[in-house]
Design a protein around this ligand. Sequence first.
Ligand SMILES: Cc1cc2nc3c(=O)[nH]c(=O)nc-3n(C[C@H](O)[C@H](O)[C@H](O)COP(=O)(O)OP(=O)(O)OC[C@H]3O[C@@H](n4cnc5c(N)ncnc54)[C@H](O)[C@@H]3O)c2cc1C
Length: 460
Amino acid sequence: MLIPAEKKRLSGWGRYAFPESYVFRPEKWKTLDAVLKDDRVPDFLARGLGRSYGDTALNEGGALVNMLRLNRFLDWNEEKGILECEGGTTLKEILDVFLPRGWMPYVCPGTKFVTVGGAIANDIHGKNHHEEGSFGNHVISFDLITGDGRNVHCSRDENADLFWATIGGIGLTGIIRSVKIQLKQVKTAYFHVDYYQAKNLDDLLEKMKEYDTKYPYTVAWLDCLAQKESIGRGILMGGRIAEVEDLPPRWKNMPLTPKKKKDITVPFDAPAWALGQRTVGIFNSWYYDLNKTRYQIVPLEKFFFPLDRILEWNRMYGKKGFIQYQVVFPGNDVKGLKVLLEHLVTSQRASFLTVLKRFGPGNEGILSFPMQGYTLALDIPNHAGLTHFVEDLNLITLRYNGRLYLAKDQLMSDSMFHETYPRWLEFQEIKLKYDPGMRFSSTMARRIGLIPERRRAPIC
Ligand SMILES: Cc1cc2nc3c(=O)[nH]c(=O)nc-3n(C[C@H](O)[C@H](O)[C@H](O)COP(=O)(O)OP(=O)(O)OC[C@H]3O[C@@H](n4cnc5c(N)ncnc54)[C@H](O)[C@@H]3O)c2cc1C
């Protein structure tokens, strides 16, 4: 039985490139099984909500399997807080149902519009990595459809090689069908947040050390246009989930159900200048001055997902899109971070969002991104000279032993990937064991030399 597919041009969240693929949207597992037997396409890749910035969730000339209809809750153990759900379930769906009951995912990225399959495949991190690790740390087990057509149960004890290859394995080991995850118990859906207005990078890093011991969640926004002795000035935020006694009286009787505000949508692609140096400069000064040192209790989602209220905000970067460059430098040495930031400032390329976090130790995920150190993320509009600029950033990253986050990457070369992800050959071996015919592939995997180019012709 041939399942209908649509030929589509899709992009990553950065809207940098729109390659064509065949998109399947199965609703039942039976249909998915039939999709994966389709011989018209050279290979497959699961796709969640497409929130990866670059080409991690793209498969030019092959098939994409849209997972969004495979999003059912399968089992809930209220006593232990263990949820079993399908791979296409989103964090939004989990929060909508379980936060009012006092449970939430341990790890939330900067948006709730991600699927659990996508969260595992990129082993995503939140603002609490220094305390609670990445998403994979809280996955108990999952069922994976592998390239040889089997349904393989994976956990730390069962098929552990495949378990750790899939956590951070960018969808290349197969399709995550269902997942068992541990949720975290909370007493309120509010957040106690401390703001610290840092006058430069040294000031910020010093305070960050203190916040990291004091708070389970920390993150800093940097003003990428601040110059000279103010380089790296920014707002450091640290906090914890509020207790009922922290709340003002009007919230105390409904601590788990804050009022929601209406979302707004960016209705069209903004012109190229909209997020240029001038506008970003105005925004940065305003935001920096707004957030004087103080503390606040805010709805949890406002702290975790500040951009989610503006739907399709990626259109603000205009038709040519943007890239996100996220690097981690290992250990406590901040030299690489400083050099990279100075380079950004002197280049006068305004990064609308420049975010700094500190990671704790990484897990055993073979291609998992986090490692103990500092991670910096920059949004860079796709203006003339972007690739040269990124090459300069890459030289700094390599010189200081950093590596790039695959969920964000769009431009890394194969040699840089091989150098900075030294376990890639181990990953390849496991992939070959479970997917000898290379049925799972992606634009990114071929670009960074993680798997060889196709032997069969693409169909588009
Ligand atoms: C505003 C914003 C903020 C963000 N903040 C953070 C952050 O703080 N921390 C962080 O770590 N990331 C962050 N991200 C990135 C995002 O969390 C990841 O890219 C995440 O993986 C996206 O999930 P998705 O469902 O959209 O997956 P997609 O982007 O669609 O796919 C990502 C990968 O997962 C694979 N995949 C998807 N579903 C399955 C499945 N069922 N089985 C097997 N493989 C699958 C795909 O093949 C692909 O390789 C942010 C993104 C945005 C847009």
